[in-house]
Ligand binder design. Structure first.
Ligand SMILES: [Zn+2]
Length: 310
């Protein structure tokens, strides 16, 4: 049985796993991402983790290494097209070629949100479904469309930036992308925190604490969460109308925050959807922290990305 190494490279942590063809993760390793030390150190961390997994494979054949990495990754050139300052100097890194040279294995690369979506679509909550729409809502908002097990990455590898859809509730607010009025500035975790403070809420450590205050009867906290969840739900309803998916999978930190957020999000998505589509299956993720590792590994099962197969 041939195994694949899957890598989930984030701004703070790099996780990797030895993955079987059915998506089972046999062994996991992880290390902090040395983001501040620059791309060479980040690449070395991937190589170190992959080497540890190769040794633990005990001679079993390895088909390659799939990497889901922060930033916009062109799956054809396997180069980082754009990265935020969570990974300084990362833009322009020849991720695929550099790792392939050092590991001596075929390497496929994709954005980390795309890897997460592919994992859930192929081996998680979307297994067996044809058209799978994945939405992740947490620190940022993104996702992907996966059709017949093939990720639709778009021309630049940038498809699925759902956080940058326009949202009425965000009118006039500056977005992280440089634009204004985008969904992410009203519906992400940090956006909930900002809105709570902007509207006079007392100092708070993080978004989870706002959820706890809402549960304890803080009406401002409850209202801010309501606005965020309903904005996301309405955008999701619009996406459902655009795609008519067999299933929608919603993940990320906000999806895991409990029924308060989920119920509002789901009801607004259904209300926004066309009557024929209002009964669309909307479900939570199933693979947890493994989803990006499993999705990255599945890149080696061709064709997993539309831009590679076209
Ligand atoms: Zn934006």
């Amino acid at each position: 049985m041939s195994l694949v190494i899957g890598v989930d490279l984030g701004g703070t942590k790099t996780a990797a796993g030895l993955v079987a063809a059915d998506g089972t993760v046999i062994r996991r390793v992880s290390a902090p991402t040395p983001a501040a030390k620059g791309p060479a150190a980040v690449l070395q961390t991937i190589v170190d983790l992959a080497t540890r997994l190769t040794e633990s494979a005990a001679g079993a054949p390895l088909a390659g290494c799939g990497i889901g990495a922060a930033g916009v990754i062109d799956p054809v050139s396997r180069t980082v097209q754009f990265a935020t300052n969570s990974l300084p100097g990362w833009t322009g890194t020849r991720l695929g070629a550099e790792i392939e040279d050092r590991l001596g294995l075929p390497v496929a690369t994709v954005n980390d949100v795309h890897a997460h979506a592919l994992g859930e679509a192929v081996h998680g909550a979307g297994r067996g479904e044809r058209t799978v729409l994945v939405l992740a809502a947490g620190t940022g908002i993104g996702g992907a469309l996966v059709i017949d097990g093939v990720l639709q990455s778009g021309r630049h590898g940038a498809a699925g930036h759902y956080g940058h859809l326009p949202a009425a509730e965000a009118a006039g607010l500056a977005c992280t992308c440089g634009g204004t009025g985008h969904l992410e500035v009203i519906a992400s975790g940090p956006a909930i925190l900002d809105a709570y403070l902007r509207h006079g809420g007392s100092p708070v450590r993080n978004t989870q604490e706002i959820f706890a205050r809402a549960d304890a009867g803080d009406t401002l906290a409850a209202e801010i969460i309501d606005v965020a969840a309903s904005a996301l739900g309405r955008a999701l309803g619009g996406l459902i109308n655009s795609v008519d998916p067999d299933i929608v999978i919603v993940g990320g930190g906000l999806a895991a925050a409990g029924p308060r957020w989920w119920t509002v999000m789901e009801s607004h998505a259904r209300a926004e959807a066309l009557g024929l589509l209002a009964g669309c299956h909307i479900v939570p993720t199933r693979l947890g922290a493994d989803s990006a590792i499993v999705g990255a590994a599945s890149l080696l099962a061709a064709p997993a990305v539309a831009r590679l197969s076209s």
